[in-house]
Design a protein around this ligand. Sequence first.
Ligand code: GAR
Length: 215
Amino acid sequence: MSINIAAFVSGGGTNLQALIDEIEKKNINGKIQLILSNNENAYAIKRGEKHGIESIYIGKKNFSDINERNGKIIEILQEKNIDLIILAGYMSIIDKKLVRLYKNRIINIHPSLIPSFCGKGFYGKKVHEGVLEYGVKVTGATVHFVDEGTDTGPVILQKSVIVKEDDTIDSLSERVLKVEHEILPLAVKYFCEGKIKVEGRKVKIGGLEDETCTH
Ligand code: GAR
């Protein structure tokens, strides 16, 4: 049975694109039924359109009341029988009710090695800014399940990236994004194959064939 996916986006959507590409190559047993954006100008919406994927804008402009906004999101997900939510560069906090409803069925990609450079205030390029300011030598990307905290849920996959002495926010973010585009689709593939088991905070993946990812 194919998994019904909703992708939540806010920006450029390169992670969304990586997912679309792997699904079209039939490497993932799932289908993106819906793209939900909290930014009506997100380029990610255009990417979806090019592949015939329906998108919807739900944000402060059309639902100014937060409870109505969150209620509408749940209503749409249920209407579309969504099994799995992917936060593919979604810059908004997920409602606790939704987290409970989709326990261990919401996957986020974060551009650092969690638990470093994550949590409140660390999103998008701010993460790489923090990495460069601190002077760490290694960073990377993390795919994790979403729980009620910010970037605190069980880790599914991580992959490291070496920080170079002459790195800028842009050069580092470019190399981290490459890694994101590998591990996000891979985690989604494992999820859709039913290979992911969550035991407390620990994620176990049976029959891993890709040894380039640390898990
Ligand atoms: C990605 O680097 C993603 O990890 C990050 O935003 C970028 C979105 O890029 N997400 C977060 O910081 C979430 N806390 P994209 O729109 O090109 O996929």
